[in-house]
Each structure stands twice: as C-alpha cells, then as structure tokens.
Design a protein around this ligand. Sequence first.
Ligand SMILES: Cc1ncc(COP(=O)(O)O)c(C=O)c1O
Length: 402
Amino acid sequence: MSLATWKKMAPAQAAPERFVSPLIRELPPSGIRKFFDLVANTRGVISLGVGEPDFVTPWHIREACFYSLEQGYTMYTSNFGLPELRQEVGRYLEAGFGVRYDPLAEIIITVGASEAIDLALRAVLEPGDEVLIPAPCYVSYQPCALLAGGRPVTVPTRAENDFKLRPAELEARITPRSKVLLLSYPNNPTGAIMTREDLLPIARLAERYDLLVISDEIYAELTYDGRHTSFASLPGMQERTVLINGFSKAFAMTGWRVGYAAAPAPIINHMLKIHQYTMLCAPIMSQKAAIEALRHGREEVAQMVREYDRRRRFVVQRLREIGLDCFEPKGAFYVFPSIAATGMGAEEFSQALLEEEKVAVVPGTAFGEGGEQRLRCSYAASINDLAEAMNRIERFVKRHGS
Ligand SMILES: Cc1ncc(COP(=O)(O)O)c(C=O)c1O
C-alpha cells in the first residue's frame, strides 16, 4: 500500500499525536494551568491562585547574580552543584533543622525542588511500585509518580484532623508493593504541618514497612506555630529519607529554578546520574544567588514570614465571617476553606467567582481527593488585594445563598 493511500485510510492515526506515548496522552493537564488560562483572558482579576510569593527576590540576592555575571560566571557547574553552595546548604540544614549531611557527598543542587522530586522518584521506583501520597496534595506528585513508572496511592487527610497524616490511615494503605511515602509538610494546599510528635508514629511505620520517605520541605521556613521538624531529624530516619528543599518559596526565588536534595550518598549518586544526563546542572548564576541567600538572606525571610502571618490571620478571620468553614493553616501561604455551605462544587464555584466577581482561586479538585468542596486561596498577595478579594467573595456567597 502506498503511503498516500495509507494516510487516506487512517487519518486519525496519521495525526501527529500518534507519536505520543499512551502514558503521556492519558496524563491530565494540571488543573491549575487549565484554570489559569481562563484567568489570563479576564481583565481586572484579583488572583489568589498562584503558588508563589508576591515579593520580589531581595535586592542583595539579585546583586549577587549580577556580580557573578560581571565576573564571567556563565558556564556549567559540577553536576552536583557548586561546592560552596552545597556547603552553605549543609550548614543551613544543620543549624536550622538539626540534620547533618556531608555537603560534598550527600547534597545535590537541582533545578528547583521540582527536579529533586522527579530525580528521587525515578531513582527508586520500579514499574508498579506504590507511592503513598497524603492528599489533598501538590499537583505534581501523582503525575511524577506515574511518569517514574510508579503507582500513586492516595492516603486521605481530613479537616477534622487538621489535615495531618494519621498513622492508621497510612497503615491501612500499605501493601507489599509500597515503596515510597511522599510527605509534604508544611502542606500545599491545606497549610497543615506535622509536629515531631505527629511524625514519630509515621517514622515507626516507615521503619516497620521499610519505606523510603521523600520529604518535600519546600515550605519549611513558612511556619506560624513553632519551628518546622525535618523528617530526617527523627531517630533513625536520615538513612531512609530524601530531604527536598529549595529557594523558591522562602527567598521569593521561584523564577531562579534552584533547589536541592539531601540523602545518603548511595541514593544521591543514583539521582546524580539522571540529573547528569538530563539537566547537567542548575544555572550557575542562580546558584551564586542562592549562596548569597543562605549567607545573608535570613532577615528578609523573617520579614516575609511576619507579613504572611498577618495576611493569614486576616484571611482566615474574613472567610469565617463570610460563613465559610476554614481550617487555620499553620504553614505555607494557602488557606483551604470549605464551600460546602454554598452547596456548590469547587469547579462551579471557582468559575462563577471568576466570571461574576473577578477573583481567581483554585478549585480544590486540582489537588486530588478531598478537595471536592474546597478552594485553595493563596495569601501571597497584598493586604489590599486580599481585603478586596474577601469583599467580593462575601458578595458572591451572599448572592448564591450561603
Ligand atoms: C509542595 C511543593 N513542592 C515543590 C514545589 C516546586 O518548587 P520549585 O519551584 O523549587 O520547583 C511547589 C511549588 O508550588 C510546591 O508547592
């Protein structure tokens, strides 16, 4: 059969999509992105949707980048990342969270925490291995687990337990195929935290069932009720933990794309191979800026945290006045109120709120199970915008009969 005849016979097959693997074809696009295409086309919107600081990276950190360029730092770095940066990260983790790593063997600098999550999953998963993921959760976890050949298994967390992971809920979902527990506290989207006491029984389960724990601690600096406990700092846990963190949230450096993973050398070395063949390294100018952030950025972090805290208290109070049940977040910069009182679903509510009142929030469904009647609102926005957004939400809820 000639090529022309074949093309006529199978027009659908001939479409360029036939080249795309079934796994990727089946993968749904991020619920956040889908929603934000809508936002981009609507004028005068107050957005409480984005998961990034509204602050600009502190000036001296930006200056460190300019200076590195002036000095001609435009090349690749070691695949591991700049040694000075790894040393700073090592000092930071020890001073801040009581975990001690060999900076030159156990820490790798990545293109954001995002790459570190991907590397960790790809380095450890075999086809069909199960990844236990407390939900609601960050939008990337389930797709990344699937892309790495794993099988995501949701472990529900609930408002009545302050969205903490309960040991019994976790244990009920452990099977002989369970390999990884993906923890993320402080949590996006719920704002939940896990204290040392909360984490200890989880650590015992990790030990009993020999789970590797990938602990995404990207919001570790943003806590409002005591200092964050790093999972790796619990007795016996460092050897089974991949600790992930980065600069995006604490230092307002989302666009710089720099993060890191810390883990025992035998795990890091295998993650490094994937990084080596795919990314090579994080951008050198971002790594230079990150060194400055760790050396001299503490005061700005503290200032930003104070400001987030003020906004957090304001937003929780307003949402409760409006009649929306709202768990008080203890970390990160999101609130996750229930809209059950309105009788509306999350997508319906978010879409109508955007159209009628020009306020963008993310429907809770974007974060998996447990988000059906919830919204994620980021309070990484100015207090004036937050005040106006709350007034608009109030009007909307009244109109739709709370
Ligand atoms: C829980 C969580 N982990 C990781 C990331 C991505 O971080 P990075 O910008 O360092 O890739 C985000 C961003 O929203 C997040 O919320």
